[in-house]
Design a binder for this molecule. Structure first.
Ligand SMILES: *Cc1c(COP(=O)(O)O)cnc(C)c1O
Length: 295
């Protein structure tokens, strides 16, 4: 794990960047370049053959994105991170990498609308079976797992009805059958929940929401083991979707994350006030949300 002993907020502002390496610039430089030059044809040969690791082309990697990727990995307590053009870019690049025809993905009954559509109308078109299970009771997963189940995928809290899923128990059941657990952590953010520490293998984000926090950018992130992230980068992102994040957007997300703790504390405080008000209101009924969102 890459996490240092510094607090969440300090890491959200400083992790992975040293002004001394960048002419003393307090704010990280923005690397607006598609391509990276190499000194000699031999050096180019080594880089292209993979013998030497360095930035080559910004559809694969870029220093501004690299900082954001290392920072989100640190905040999520994961080994590695990847920045993509949108939350849907992050989700689709991840799943295109993990599954093929004949494989099954088990998902909770509630999913963000476009994720639901991508799975049911997108992946299903290419022979991937999508099975809905009510994961608010993880024991429902025990009988649902099959030989074909490659991935168990859910959001917690889910968008939009805020259902909660026990990450630890779902991961235990899924891992016993060799499936990969993918959690969409958009709503909780790493400030409130770090799914990898609870057994999830991969975490996906729409950084468009709380992580960037100012409504000025569409962006996506993925974290997981270094090996899984390398596979998603080199296949799901580079080849299958091309859903690469622009360096300028990486800068906006890095800026947004600096205030994540302050904003999330305030969101939680405000949500508690609203919840108490609704709880005390006699015309408001409690109901357990179930069923599947349609899109
Ligand atoms: C918004 C959202 C997405 C999709 O992200 P985009 O950045 O809009 O592509 C995925 N999951 C959840 C939970 C979301 O709220």
């Amino acid at each position: 794990m890459t996490t240092s002993s510094k607090s969440f907020s300090t890491r959200a502002i400083h992790y992975g960047y040293r002004p001394a390496d960048n002419e003393g610039a307090l704010t990280p430089p923005l690397h607006l370049t598609s391509t990276f030059a190499f000194e000699t044809a031999e050096a180019g040969g080594e880089i292209f053959s993979g013998d030497r690791h360095r930035h080559v082309y910004s559809r694969i990697s870029n220093p501004t994105l690299d900082l954001l990727e290392r920072r989100i990995a640190d905040l999520e307590e994961a080994e590695a991170g990847l920045a993509l053009a949108s939350g849907m870019g992050a989700i689709s690049a991840t799943l295109w990498t993990l599954v093929g025809p004949g494989d099954e993905i088990i998902v909770d009954n509630t999913l963000y609308g476009c994720t639901f559509s991508y799975m049911r109308h997108g992946l299903a078109k290419f022979g991937v079976k999508i099975t809905h299970v009510d994961l608010t009771d993880p024991e429902n997963l025990v009988g649902a797992m099959s030989e074909q189940t490659r991935v168990v995928y859910f959001e917690t809290p889910a968008n939009p009805n805020m259902r909660l899923v026990d990450i630890e128990r779902v991961a235990e059941i899924a891992h016993a059958k060799g499936a990969v657990v993918v959690v969409d952590n958009t709503y909780a953010t790493p400030y409130l929940t770090r799914p990898v520490t609870l057994g999830a293998d991969i975490v996906v984000h729409s950084a468009t929401k709380y992580l960037s926090g100012h409504g000025d950018v569409v962006a996506g992130l993925v974290v997981g083991t270094a090996e899984m992230i390398a596979n998603i980068r080199m296949f799901g992102m580079k080849d299958m979707t091309g859903a690469v994040m622009a360096p300028f957007n990486a800068m906006l997300v890095l800026r947004g994350i600096k205030t994540l703790k302050l904003r999330m504390d305030r969101h939680c405080e405000s949500a508690m006030i609203v919840a108490r008000m609704l709880d005390a209101c006699p015309v408001v009924k409690k109901s357990l949300v179930s069923g599947t969102t349609r899109f």
